[in-house]
Write a protein that binds this ligand. Sequence first.
Ligand code: AMP
Length: 215
Amino acid sequence: MRIVLMGMPGVGKGTQAERLRVEFGVPHISTGDILRDAVREGSALGRRVKATLDAGELVSDELMQALIRERLGRPDARGGFLLDGYPRTAEQLAALDAILGALSLRLDAVLLLTASEAEILRRLGGRRICSGCAAVYHVDDHPPAAPGVCDRCGAALVQREDDTERVIRARLQLYRSRTQPVADAYRQRGALHEIDAAGDPAGVFARLRRALGRT
Ligand code: AMP
């Protein structure tokens, strides 16, 4: 299975991607996770993109293209992959088409998770991540057993730098102006499955499975 997973920031892509990864046994390639890991590790890439990530802006298409080409070329992506957070601009869509064409690969499905902006603001505003193992929580929807402490590793939970309201609004605006056209292009190709992301994660996953033809 070669899948692109799309949707506004905070719509629940990470949660659903984890379920899809288990179901289909394909690597979950999240560009946001790759970039955040690089920042945490303080690598050359991380130092280059930290300010961009903190501001909720987009990393350059050139850098993203190099990153994706390298990642999709790795052996574990040969049997399929789940791409989350890429492509995010019309330029990235063209780049992905070219990369897949060079590898003689086609996408099986593009999944678009949808939710209202009010719901997105609620989800992102309450999101907390573990400073140790990057596990994701929500203060209302998925709270840890002890407030502010990761169930899994005991480290402190923090808010992502880019989950403050000002930055969230900027990210949503970027989504509308740069990423919505990518979804529109996939829709025109007849490749887009739109899935309502409201409600509990199990229900959303059931809808995703149905969209992929699984019962
Ligand atoms: P995400 O976790 O997908 O919301 O990504 C977090 C941040 O990483 C974004 O706000 C961007 O700064 C950067 N990023 C992730 N994917 C891309 C991409 N495809 N193009 C440009 N920047 C990206």
